[in-house]
Design a protein around this ligand. Structure first.
Ligand code: PRP
Length: 209
């Protein structure tokens, strides 16, 4: 049987992903969260782990460089990748929010500017609400933007709320709930059906205990 290649997101959910995989009987003996190594093998289960930036996981899976991926719904929604979103893994829970120093939503004398790491999600949200906005793409520390006049509001993810609080920002609206998901390449789902289903069954059992 061929190896299944699993793209796993680096960052805050990596430790929980590895714990869930271990519960499911998948072990990467040399794995450490802070490692600079990028590929790990479970030679018994025939699973190859590629350890990549969260934002890139949907791309690896869509292009077939990985058969399956473990990544947050925030990155899946933003990537708009042509993949199957198969399973909620029940960790990495947070939410997309619209936030700011004050509710400027009704102040529409001029077009609102929204700073975000998620311009696709942001544009879609405001399109549905028929509110014209300009988005400014940032790659981190988004909370700074409204504090120094770069944007009116932000769209970002909130987990504990600590970052918003420490910067004097408040949630104006919740846009969507987020959790970590299992995604699958469409072609692999057909060609490696048996091993992907075996892997999903193992995860399902691990989630039950
Ligand atoms: C994320 C997010 C918020 C923060 C929210 O940033 O963009 O800034 O976490 O978490 P909290 O509600 O628990 O405070 P991340 O830590 O990924 O860093 P970044 O600002 O560099 O993107």
């Amino acid at each position: 049987m061929d190896y299944l290649t699993l793209a796993m997101a680096k960052g805050r959910t990596a430790e929980q992903a590895i714990k869930l995989l271990e519960k499911a009987g998948v072990h990467f003996p040399n794995f450490e969260e802070k490692t600079r190594k990028l590929i790990f093998h479970d030679r018994e289960m025939l699973i190859k782990l590629v350890y990549v930036k969260a934002v890139d996981v949907p791309t690896y899976v869509e292009k077939g460089a990985a058969d399956i991926g473990i990544v947050g719904k925030d990155n899946i929604a933003e990537a708009q990748a042509d993949i199957y979103d198969m399973m909620d893994l029940n960790f990495g829970k947070c939410r997309f929010v619209l936030a700011g120093t004050s509710d400027k939503l009704n102040d529409q004398s001029q077009k609102l500017t929204i700073a975000t790491k998620y311009p696709v999600v942001t544009k879609e949200y405001f399109k549905q609400r028929t509110i014209p906005v300009e988005t400014i793409k940032l790659n981190g520390s988004v909370e700074l933007a409204p504090l120094i006049g770069l944007s009116d509001l932000i769209v970002d993810i909130v987990e504990t709320g600590k970052t918003l609080k420490e910067n004097g920002l408040k949630v104006i609206e919740t846009i969507d709930a987020i959790s970590t998901r299992l995604i699958v390449n469409k072609a692999s789902f057909a060609t490696k059906s048996a091993s992907i289903h075996r892997f999903m069954n193992q995860l399902e059992r691990a989630l039950e205990v």
